[in-house]
Design a binder for this molecule. Sequence first.
Ligand SMILES: [Fe+2]
Length: 127
Amino acid sequence: MAGTRLALSGRVLSRDCRPIAGARLDFWQADASGTYDNAGYRLRGNQTTGSDGRFALVTVVPGEYPGRTEHIHVKVQHAGTGTLTTQLYFPGVSKNQQDSIFDARLLLKIEPSESGLAATYDFVLDA
Ligand SMILES: [Fe+2]
């Protein structure tokens, strides 16, 4: 797939920083040119955390599309805490400031890696 390879990982934690097992994360995003696959499931998938609360996926950096800065959609579901539906953003993107729903609290931490970029984010659920 064209684009910059992005390894995204992190944890799902409770408010007191305990790992949450059995949290389901559903990710979806546009491709590097800002296009969603609205017919199939390309660049959409889900996974469930194990006892360490960790998740990890490999994808590409999404492109911008009209009105939106670069972002990855994510839904985090866990029994007893309801569903968190949110988006993750990329630091240093000039269009962030023009996107009306951009939120700096949702910025990924990004470092270069041998194969592209490595990004991390920890979700905290009200558990
Ligand atoms: Fe989107």
